[in-house]
Ligand binder design. Structure first.
Ligand code: F0G
Length: 459
């Protein structure tokens, strides 16, 4: 596959430190074999996340200087409102400091203790906030979403038949809401079709259930819709976004992804003044006054600019093209991954690549550590290591797939960096039998993967 060239040139550079294998062995040992505990300086290519790690344009940096730091009613707030309302078509848009802040503000208002919230697949923080609000998260992704080897255009979709069956079985009063995560991060940044959103929206309307979009990667999703859903081939990213968001009642959004800022989030509500009033009181308690929502005026300005830049089709083609380029190399080298590749990175199927490592020795984590040792690349596990033990039985839970996620930051790495990543994986594949599994020596009660300590185990 041809690399899609960058629709930008580089004005400022951030030097990277090169390390030797011996140095990396010492760093990772000192970090108890947990990538989160590494100093970022000891990392050459950082694929831990695409969240808040993007590079801003000169326009955004100039916007920082224009940020209006008034406590209330700042100019930057009004600029963000203008862009956000036009783009999403919602009556109320609230800035917050990041995606999980929007979740923390909204979810306790809509969930009564013991109620279910159903998603195509929750991202961890959203799942966490459903639980904190007393709710029970349920994932009902379509069957293709969990099959890494078979091609499907929209692996992020909700299984609508299962959704209806679940509602019928448990009764509509036991369900607080439906969350559609676009793109579906956990199954590989896989897109959701507008056709699927329409079906889910029709079910939500029929039963009177609130439909929320988790919009972190809405622009990448819209680009996939444009490319793969014939009805939308000739529509702009803006038109697709408007049409998709009109199907829901509210959205939460981490702006650290598709709005290409280092910090920020949004919460949107369409046509529900009573809900807006309750949101406002939570925002003032948790985030700050309504017109800044936990952010500096300069952050609001950069977000307003980034939201528009993120819709540019040349940028999105290049952006998705980076994942596709890396995936094509892995395919050539016979390295299994969630296929087709999603928007924000490649999810390597470490369970398949390292079959000698059983799931409870964490192949996704093992491959991430091996990538660091091999080439200074930091990735992370999206598999059984990420799953906390069952809160009731304390039993270790097995994830549906053992992924190593290579998340690609926006506008940061070059084609040569991607080649380094592919080459490192190829080298590891050649000596894959030597890659050790990992054992946990210490773990926190919740979200253990952030702070856990591990040691290698020869298998
Ligand atoms: N929803 C989705 C789909 C996400 O991917 C994330 C963050 C959030 C919500 C929470 O947003 O971090 O701004 O509070 N995902 C990052 C990741 C952390 O690495 O995938 P946040």
């Amino acid at each position: 596959m041809r690399y899609i060239p960058e629709p930008f040139k580089i004005k400022m550079v951030e030097p990277l430190k090169m390390t030797t294998r011996e140095q990396r062995e010492a760093y990772i040992k000192a970090a108890d074999y947990n990538g989160f505990a590494l100093p970022a300086e000891a990392v050459y290519i950082d694929l831990q996340t695409d969240s808040g790690t993007g590079a801003m344009t000169d326009t955004q940096w100039a916007g920082l200087m224009r940020g209006d730091e008034a406590y209330s009613g700042g100019r930057s707030y009004y600029r963000l409102m203008e862009v956000g309302k036009e783009l999403f078509g919602y009556d109320y848009i609230q800035p917050v400091h990041q995606g999980r802040a929007a979740e923390k503000v909204l979810l306790p208002i809509i969930i009564k203790a013991g109620q279910y919230v159903i998603s195509n697949t929750f991202f961890d923080t959203t799942r966490g906030h459903v639980g904190l609000a007393g709710g029970r998260p349920v994932d009902l992704v379509c069957a293709e979403g969990l099959d890494t080897t078979t091609y499907a255009d929209f692996k992020g979709n909700m299984d609508v038949e299962k959704l209806v069956a679940f509602i019928e079985e448990h009764g509509v009063d036991s369900i607080a809401g439906i969350v559609m995560t676009i793109t579906n991060n956990t199954v590989g940044g896989q897109p959701v079709s507008v056709a699927n959103l329409r079906e889910v929206s029709a079910v939500a309307k029929k039963y009177g259930i609130l439909l929320i979009i988790d919009a972190a990667r809405f622009a990448e999703n819209a680009m996939f819709v444009k490319q793969r859903e014939p009805e939308f081939n000739d529509k702009s990213i803006k038109q697709i976004t408007l049409e998709a968001f009109a199907l829901a009642d509210a959205f939460t959004m981490s702006a650290k992804k598709d709005a290409i800022v280092n910090m920020g989030g949004l919460l949107g509500v369409r046509d529900n003044p009573a809900l807006v009033e309750r949101i406002k009181s939570n925002v003032i308690s948790f985030e700050g006054y309504l017109t800044y929502g936990g952010l500096a005026g300069r952050d609001l300005e950069a977000m307003a600019i980034g939201l528009e830049e993120g819709l540019d089709e040349d940028y999105l083609r290049y952006r998705i093209g980076q994942s596709q380029y890396l995936a094509a190399k892995l395919e050539e080298y016979g390295i299994p991954f969630q296929n087709p590749v999603g928007g924000h990175g490649v999810f390597v199927d470490a369970g398949k690549m390292l079959p000698h490592i059983p799931w409870n020795y964490y192949p996704g984590h093992a491959l991430a550590i091996e990538l660091y040792l091999e080439a200074g690349i930091r990735a992370c596990d999206i598999g059984s290591y990420l799953m906390d033990p069952d809160p009731v039985t304390g039993e270790q839970q097995q994830a549906p797939a053992e992924f190593t996620r290579l998340a690609i930051p926006r506008r940061v790495y070059t084609q040569a960096h991607l080649d380094v990543i592919a080459d490192a994986l190829k080298t590891i594949k050649e000596r894959s039998r030597e890659v050790p599994g990992y054992e946990i020596t210490w773990q926190a009660e919740v979200l253990r993967h952030f702070t856990g300590k591990l040691r290698p185990v020869k298998l």
